[in-house]
Design a binder for this molecule. Structure first.
Ligand code: NDP
Ligand code: BG6
Length: 479
C-alpha cells in the first residue's frame, strides 16, 4: 500500500453509526485518529458521525476529543476538521437519504470517483438489521466499495445468531461484511500464527505427545458496575469465551493454512472448530461475585434481578478431537471482579524425566496477550554450583524490554485499517460463528434454565473456591 492510500485510492469516507455512543467515543473515533496521524487514513478522508441525538459538529467533537491521544501539534484539530456529524433516525429512508447526500458531498469535496464507503455500526444489536437495510437501500455506492462493520453480540445462541446473520446476508455480501472480534486485532493474538509457523521448535511442541493441558485465561479486576442490566442478559460465557477465547483457541489449534490468505486461514479455523464437541455440563464451573473489600456484589447493582443466576466467572474444559490434540483439555477461564487484569495462553507440558530425576516442575510456554505482551517458557536448569540439582527458570521475552523500536497498535486501529483495505483475515466468517455457537449453545441453555448453579466468589479474589480442584481435574499441576 502506498502511504496515505487505501486500495491505491486517496479517498475514504468512513461513517460511524451510533456515533453518540460509548464504543464510538472510546474506540472507533480514537482508532481512526491514530490511523489519520500515522497517514494510514488518507489525510483528505472525511468521517461522518451519525446517530439520533441532535447535536452540531462542535458538540460531537466534545464527546470524543479527550480520547484522542498522542497527537502532535495541531493534529487533533486537523482531525476534528474532517469529522462531521449528521443526526438522523435508524428506521427512516429520508434520514438515510440525508446521510447519503452528506456522503456524496464529501466525496465530491475530495474528488472521489470510486467511493470507499465504510459503515461502522457502533450500535446496539436490536438496530443492526434495520440500519443495515436502511444503508443498503439509501447509502450504497454503485461504483467503488461499500463495507459494513458490525460488533458483537452476534445473537445469544446458535439459532438467534443464524437468524441475525440470515437477515444481514440478504442485504450485504459476505465480502462486504466485517464482523469484529476485537481480540483478533490484538498484537499477541495476531502473532500466534506467525510465531507457530515461523518457528519449527514451537510448532513441533504443540501436540498431544508433549502437551498435558492448555489454559486460556481472561481476568478483569473490575465488575460489571454500570453495565449490569446489559450483562445480565448475556453473562461471561457469551461475553468472553464464546467469541474472544474461542478465537484464540482456534488460532492455537488449527493446522497450517496453505497460505496466509483470509479464506485459507478461516477455512482451517472452521475445520478445527468442527472437531470440538459441545461442552458437557460436567466440564463447567460457573461463579458470581459477591461484595467484598468495600466493593459491591454483582446483585447489588439495581439493574440486576435479585435472583439472577448469571455467571460473572466461568471455567470450561473443551476438547479438540483432531489427531494432533485428541485427549488434551483446553480450559477456557474468564471472570470479572477478580484479583488482577490479565489475558494469557498457558501451555503446560507433560511430566519429564521419570526415573532420572525426583519431582521436577513441568515445562510451560506462556503467551501473555495483555497487559504488556510477553512470551516466556518455564524450564528446569542445573542450579549453578558443586551439586547436581535442578532449579526452575524462565526464558523471558518481554515486548517492552526487547521491542522498544516498535509500538503495539490498539486492536481497533488494526481492524479498522484492515476493513478499509478489504482485508478479511482478522474478521469472523459466518461459519466460524456457527461452529462456535454450536459448541456453547447447549451449555448456555442449561445455565439459562438454572440447571447449573453459580458458586459465589469474593470481589477481588481468584474466583470460586473450587477453581483449583476444577483445573486439577484436567491435569494442571501448579508446582
Ligand atoms: P451504546 O449503548 O452507547 O449505543 C450506541 C448509540 O446507539 C447510542 O449513543 C444511541 O445513540 C444508540 N442507541 C442506544 N440504545 C439504543 C436503542 N435501544 N435503540 C436504538 N438506538 C440506540 O452502545 P456501545 O457504543 O457501548 O456499543 C455499540 C456496540 O458495540 C454494541 O453492539 C456493543 O455490544 C459493542 N461493543 C461495545 C464495546 C464498548 O466498549 N462500549 C466493546 C465491544 C463491543 P442515539 O440515541 O444518539 O441514536
Ligand atoms: C468486550 C466485553 O468484548 O471485551 C467486555 O464485552 C470486556 O465485557 C472487554 O471488558 C475486554 O476487552 P479488552 O480489550 O479490554 O480485553
Amino acid at each position: 500500500m502506498v502511504e496515505g492510500t487505501i486500495n491505491g485510492s486517496l479517498l475514504a469516507t468512513p461513517a460511524v453509526l451510533g456515533a453518540s455512543g460509548d464504543l464510538a467515543k472510546k474506540k472507533t473515533l480514537p482508532a481512526l485518529f491514530s490511523l489519520f496521524r500515522l497517514s494510514l487514513l488518507p489525510k483528505n478522508s472525511r468521517i461522518i458521525g451519525y446517530a439520533r441525538t441532535k447535536m452540531d459538529d462542535k458538540e460531537f467533537h466534545g464527546k470524543f476529543a479527550d480520547n484522542l491521544k498522542d497527537g502532535k501539534d495541531g493534529e487533533k484539530e486537523e482531525f476534528l476538521k474532517i469529522c462531521n456529524y449528521v443526526p438522523g433516525a435508524y428506521d427512516q429512508d429520508d434520514a438515510f437519504q440525508n446521510l447519503n447526500k452528506e456522503i456524496e458531498k464529501k466525496e465530491k469535496e475530495i474528488g472521489s470517483k470510486e467511493p470507499q464507503r465504510l459503515f461502522y455500526m457502533a450500535l446496539p444489536p436490536n438496530v443492526f438489521t434495520v440500519v443495515a437495510a436502511g444503508l443498503k437501500k439509501n447509502c450504497y455506492a454503485e461504483k467503488g466499495h461499500n463495507r459494513i462493520v458490525i460488533e458483537k453480540p452476534f445473537g445469544k445462541d446458535l439459532e438467534s445468531c443464524q437468524e441475525m446473520m440470515g437477515e444481514l446476508k440478504k442485504l450485504w455480501k459476505e465480502e462486504e461484511t466485517f464482523r469484529i472480534d476485537h481480540y483478533l486485532g490484538k498484537e499477541m493474538v495476531k502473532n500466534i500464527l506467525l510465531m507457530r509457523f515461523a518457528n519449527p521448535f514451537v510448532e513441533a511442541g504443540l501436540n498431544n505427545q508433549l502437551v498435558d493441558n492448555v489454559q486460556i485465561t481472561f481476568k478483569e479486576p473490575f465488575g460489571t458496575e454500570g453495565r449490569g442490566g446489559y450483562f445480565d442478559e448475556f453473562g461471561i460465557i457469551r461475553d468472553i469465551q464464546q467469541n474472544h477465547l474461542t478465537q484464540v483457541l482456534s488460532l492455537l489449534t488449527m493446522e497450517r493454512p496453505a497460505t496466509f490468505s483470509a479464506e485459507n486461514i478461516r477455512d482451517e479455523k472452521v475445520k478445527v472448530l468442527k472437531n470440538v464437541p459441545a461442552i458437557k455440563e460436567e466440564d463447567v464451573l460457573i461463579g458470581q461475585y459477591s461484595a467484598a473489600n468495600g466493593k459491591p456484589g454483582y446483585k447489588d447493582d439495581d439493574t440486576v434481578p435479585k435472583d439472577s443466576n448469571c455467571p460473572t466467572f466461568a471455567a470450561l474444559a473443551l476438547w479438540v478431537n483432531t489427531p494432533r490434540w485428541q485427549g488434551v483439555p483446553f480450559i477456557l477461564k474468564a471472570g470479572k471482579a477478580l484479583d488482577e487484569g490479565k489475558v494469557e495462553i498457558r501451555i503446560q507440558y507433560r511430566d519429564q524425566g521419570k526415573g532420572l530425576f525426583e519431582e521436577i516442575p513441568r515445562n510451560e510456554l506462556v503467551l501473555r496477550i495483555q497487559p504488556e505482551e510477553s512470551i516466556y517458557a518455564k524450564i528446569s536448569n542445573k542450579k549453578p554450583g558443586l551439586e547436581s540439582s535442578l532449579v526452575p527458570v524462565e526464558l523471558d521475552f518481554k515486548y517492552n524490554a526487547r521491542m522498544t523500536d516498535y509500538r503495539s497498535p490498539e486492536a481497533y486501529e488494526t481492524l479498522i485499517l484492515d476493513a478499509l483495505k478489504g482485508e478479511h483475515s482478522s474478521f469472523v466468517r459466518e461459519d466460524e460463528l456457527n461452529e462456535s455457537w454450536r459448541v456453547y449453545t447447549p451449555l448456555l441453555h442449561a445455565i439459562d434454565a438454572g440447571k447449573i448453579k453459580n458458586e459465589k466468589y469474593e470481589y477481588g479474589s481468584r474466583g470460586p473456591q473450587s477453581l483449583n480442584h476444577f483445573i486439577g481435574k484436567y491435569g494442571y499441576d501448579r508446582r
